[in-house]
Design a protein around this ligand. Structure first.
Ligand SMILES: *Cc1c(COP(=O)(O)O)cnc(C)c1O
Ligand SMILES: [Zn+2]
Length: 430
């Protein structure tokens, strides 16, 4: 059983706030970790990333920070994710490793449907939203004295982490599934990380990295709540940014691997509600590929807990094909947040995702990978079903660029080769 985030970040009584305001930030015991499963409190200084007693998910609690407008929007001189330093689990700003991630545009679309907005996460430094969790995860690893970071990834998270590790001058060990597209693999290698392809599904890579981190003392920066409690705090900054433009939209659609991005967005809006800035958390839609949809299956069956997906998934949506074998509790946490927001979980097939890739590219000039365009495919589906109504404000998280996705690129035919002759050209483009 996983307890929700109810105990997380309790707003402080105003008298305590007044006292705290007099204490310099550097002298505060700013954060602690609490196990969502057994409730144990664990000191961050222990360097533990999951509960040493029960292997449960650890969650960050801010003991001393008032959740209010002033702490969330604190006019920090930094940019992007670190603009929200007061609400992030890093104590000393000199530990920050940043590539100027976050601060992505929220684009009002013209062609997709009334009230559809794209949160364009393809604009992050390494081409996906993974830069948000990684900048926080690696900065905390620096603070904890890490020398080597390690990650299991379907491609984007490792492409991102390896760039941050380069900047931090840390060693980076990466495990990816065997069928990871070459373009994603090469991005990881460009930054100098050590990569191995692991046979089987993503879950094999996940479990191998988890065991190796225990064995060798590496810091696990796999972007799953079971593996690392800090990174989801970076994900929540997307909610703050959406709020700044739209207050509280009716829907936010999020593609799910295990779901930390959705859990983080829930947290961000939860804090905004605690701060009295919004009345209700937007309804969150968790999106998976039909070929690998353990969270959607549990949602539709009305199950309390998510169970792992059997078999090896075949889908163009590599980035979200996570069977959760060995850590299905992450899926359960995600499912809880979907339900707490009065949201929905829905899956789409490869054809629908690829169609959405072209719809985004040719209608809006945004090139997303299929896993990222899955949110548009799902919004179209939910609109047809009457779940999303005309006039609703809908935010589509478009989580990663198509430029490193061979699934979309390989579908394009070779262009004709012609002589430098205008008549040849008009013939060729006919
Ligand atoms: C990792 C990833 C996701 C899934 O996010 P999680 O936080 O792991 O659930 C979605 N889209 C893209 C492009 C990704 O790289
Ligand atoms: Zn525990």
């Amino acid at each position: 059983m996983i307890i929700g985030l109810k105990s997380y970040a309790i707003p402080l009584p105003s008298s305590r706030d007044a006292v705290l305001k007099k204490i310099p930030m550097s002298q505060r015991i700013a954060i602690s970790l609490r196990c969502a499963n057994c409730g144990s409190e664990i000191s961050p200084e222990s360097g533990k990333y999951s509960c040493p007693k029960c292997h449960g998910i650890l969650q960050v609690e801010y003991n001393d920070r008032l959740i209010g407008k002033d702490s969330i929007f604190s006019h920090s001189p930094r940019s992007g994710v670190w603009r929200f330093f007061e609400m992030l689990p890093v104590e000393k700003s000199e530990n920050i490793i940043s590539l100027e991630e976050g601060n992505t545009p929220l684009i009002r679309t013209e062609s997709l449907g009334d009230g559809f907005y794209v949160k364009d996460e393809t604009r992050n430094p390494t081409g996906s939203f993974k830069d948000r969790p990684n900048t926080v995860g690696i900065s905390k690893a620096v603070e904890l004295g890490a020398k080597t970071v390690a990650i299991a990834s379907s491609g984007n998270a490792a492409g991102s982490l390896s760039a941050y590790a380069a900047k931090a001058k840390m060693k980076c060990v990466v495990c990816v599934p065997e069928d990871t597209p070459n373009s994603k693999l090469k991005q990881i290698m460009v930054f100098g990380a050590k990569v191995a392809k692991v046979r089987g599904t993503y879950s094999n890579s996940f479990n191998l990295i988890r065991n190796s981190c225990q064995k060798f003392g590496w810091h696990n920066l796999t972007s799953v709540c079971t593996a690392n409690p800090y990174q989801v705090e970076g994900d929540k900054t997307a909610a703050y940014e959406i709020y700044e433009r739209l207050n509280d939209p009716d829907w936010v659609l999020v593609p799910l691997g295990a779901g930390p991005l959705l859990v983080g967005i829930y947290r961000g809006f939860w804090e905004l509600r605690e701060a009295g800035l919004i009345e209700k958390i937007p309804r969150l839609v968790g999106v998976q590929a039909e070929e690998c949809a353990p969270i959607v299956r549990a949602f539709k069956e009305g199950a309390k807990e998510v169970t792992a997906w059997e078999g090896k998934p075949h889908t163009v949506a590599h980035s979200i094909a996570d069977p959760l074998t060995g850590y299905s509790q992450d899926g359960t946490l995600t499912l809880e947040k979907i339900r707490d927001s009065d949201g929905v979980a829905e899956s789409v097939n490869d054809e629908e995702m690829l169609e959405a890739v072209w719809q985004l590219a040719r209608g809006e000039g945004i090139f997303a990978e299929p896993a990222a365009a899955s949110t548009l495919a799902t919004a179209n589906k939910l609109k047809r079903k009457g779940v999303i109504s005309n006039g609703d404000k809908v935010v589509l998280m478009v989580t990663g660029t198509g430029l490193k996705s061979s699934a979309a690129l390989d579908l394009l035919a070779e262009p004709p080769v012609i002589n430098p002759d205008p008549d040849d050209l008009t013939e060729a483009i006919r």
